[in-house]
Each structure stands twice: as C-alpha cells, then as structure tokens.
Write a protein that binds this ligand. Structure first.
Ligand SMILES: [Zn+2]
Length: 204
C-alpha cells in the first residue's frame, strides 16, 4: 500500500489514525481534518474475439515483460467499466470494439492485493491492430495456438480457459471468482457464482 507523506490540500503532514466511527488506520491530515481513504483498484479489460481466434498482447512493460495478456488496465475516473475496457483495448492493441459487441464476462476478486478484474467478451469486426506503447506485439490465436506457458497473469489464463470451454457449449455465462493466497503463498482460484441462461439465450 502506497504511503502518503503530505496532504494534497494543505501540504501538511499526514499521520495514521483510526478516525471516529471507523475501525481501520487511515491517512489523515489533522490540519484539514480530512481522511484519505485508499480503496481497491478496478482493472477493466476485454477478451476480443475475431472468428475462431482470440486477441492477445505481448507486454512491453513490467511486470511480466514479454508475456502475453488480454488488453486491460486501471479504470479512469469518469468512465464506465465498459468504456474503460474498450479504451484499454484501443490503447494497448489498437483494436476497435463497439459497446454493443461487448458483454460482461468474468469478475475476479483479488482481496490480497486490493484489486478487482473485470473482463468483457468482445466481438471484433476487423483484424486491424496497432500495438500501443505498452505492447511489443498484438496477435490472434486459435485455441491450440495459445502460448499457455507464456501467459502473464492467472486471471488472464482463467478467462481464456473459460472462454474456450464456453465456446464448446456456445453458452457464455457471467462468472465471479475469488483469487486468494493460501498459507503456502500459493494462489487459489475459486468460482463463487455464475449466471444461468436458458439454452440459446446468449449468442456470441
Ligand atoms: Zn491538509
């Protein structure tokens, strides 16, 4: 967790207190009587599909430089989750997704690192890409071509595995997962819920 040293309003010293009515230590400025809350980050992204292939980006930045990932990044203030996911897809892959071609797909809670990942399934209409500064390359992969040993993040691997399973059923329910470290500091993924659809209700 990043530490603040100075108040962003008055540049006075930040101290750690449990505010009245609260039960957690918070960064406080006693001069302004302001509490600076730190809350989890939302990371929004897409699983872009073109025909029978899936778009992946090879990371040009740490962490996991050189590994493959889905386009995703931190949500900005003032945008919706879907707007953020489409923006990240444009910035990292140069790929254009339309809101009406996207549907909510996977939510991952990562409480140990204060993050929430949200992926939308998106249908691409063209294979025109342009890797942004955060990507070394952008490419489309069939299921058998996915570089499984070179996938950057557990959430990306899981979303991809889920997608190829779902495609065999031609059903794409929304699922929510928890990803937590156990006592051995190994990541454990558990499925918390998934939406139910009548057969054929969802087409992609
Ligand atoms: Zn202050």
């Amino acid at each position: 967790m990043r530490a603040m040293k100075y108040c962003q309003h008055c540049a006075g010293p930040i101290t750690r207190h449990i505010p009245p009515g609260d039960d957690k230590l918070r960064d406080c400025c006693l001069q302004c009587d302001v509490v600076f809350y730190q809350n989890p980050n939302n990371i929004v992204g897409t699983l872009p599909v073109f025909g029978d292939r899936v778009l992946l980006c090879r990371r040009a930045i740490e962490p996991r430089l050189g590994k493959w990932t889905l386009p995703a990044g931190f949500m900005e203030n003032g945008e919706s989750t879907l707007e953020g996911a489409i923006r990240e897809t444009r910035e990292e892959a140069g790929a254009q997704l339309q809101p009406e071609d996207c549907q909510l797909y996977s939510l991952f809670n990562l409480p140990d690192i204060n993050q929430v990942y949200l992926f939308f399934l998106g249908k691409l209409h063209s294979a025109d890409f342009d890797p942004g500064p955060e990507s070394l390359e952008v490419a489309l992969f069939r299921e058998e071509e996915i570089p499984w040993d070179e996938i950057a993040f557990t959430v990306v691997r899981r979303a991809l595995e889920q997608y190829f399973d779902d495609r065999r059923q031609t059903l794409f329910p929304v699922r929510m997962f928890d990803l937590r470290y156990d006592e051995q500091h190994t990541l454990r993924l558990s499925l918390l819920s998934h939406s139910h659809h009548k057969d054929g209700e969802i087409h992609h």
